[in-house]
Design a protein around this ligand. Structure first.
Ligand code: ZN
Length: 206
């Protein structure tokens, strides 16, 4: 089959007992890969779920410990938020993340440099499904379907039933377009952009 390109599927804010397992099942059934940007607090509460994400072969990214607006708390606190989460993910999964997503997409040069000191590359998105607003399944699928090759879709692993229901439909739409869920990696000569236009990463074959 000809591939029209790769897209990044991302699920933020888990792990969550109400959605992580269902998302992993759907991804496995479709042979699809994704990146889970997890909260430290939620990983601490559900370490076995984080292990299951790892064992399913999914990428795990750092989404801070308590999900603050990082640009408002000062660089020391921002460092602490990200560093503690790195330590926790390493302790639970044995792997150290290389991808970082700032909560709310709230970032600046200082936050990016804090992340870089911890070996992390900022990973934003190109399509926001707005599943975090309580959008219905159809709206989530419609939004995700607009993704361009190389794009990154923002979704949430936060217990949302609408998201869980949308994922198999999204995977079908992507397959119909020849788009394959891929792996998010640092871009060659990547430069950071504004929220939604980040060019720090690219998507490659899984
Ligand atoms: Zn988040």
């Amino acid at each position: 089959m000809n591939t029209a390109g790769y897209v990044g599927l991302t699920f933020d804010d888990g792990p969550n007992p109400a959605s992580t397992g269902r998302l992993l099942e759907t991804l496995a059934e479709n042979g699809a890969t994704a990146t889970f940007f997890i909260w430290g607090v939620h990983a601490q509460q559900n370490p076995e779920l984080l292990v299951s994400v790892r064992e399913a072969g999914m990428a795990i990214g750092n989404h801070t410990y308590t999900h603050p607006y990082l640009t408002r708390i000062g660089p020391l606190a921002a460092y602490d938020e990200i560093e503690r989460t790195q330590q926790l993910i390493q302790a639970i999964t044995g792997r150290t993340p290389t991808l970082f997503r700032p909560p709310y997409g709230d970032t600046d040069d200082q936050i990016r440099s804090v992340a870089a000191r911890l070996g992390l590359i900022e990973t934003l998105w190109t399509v926001d499904t707005r599943d975090w607003t309580g959008a219905p399944t159809e709206a989530i699928v419609r939004a995700a379907s607009t993704v361009a090759p190389g794009g990154v879709i923002l979704m949430h692993d936060n217990g949302s039933q609408s998201t869980v229901d949308a994922v198999p439909l999204i995977l079908r739409v992507l397959a119909d377009r020849g788009l394959v869920p891929g792996r998010i990696v640092p871009a060659e000569n990547g430069v950071a952009g504004k929220n939604g236009t980040g060019k720090t990463t690219t998507v490659v074959a899984p």
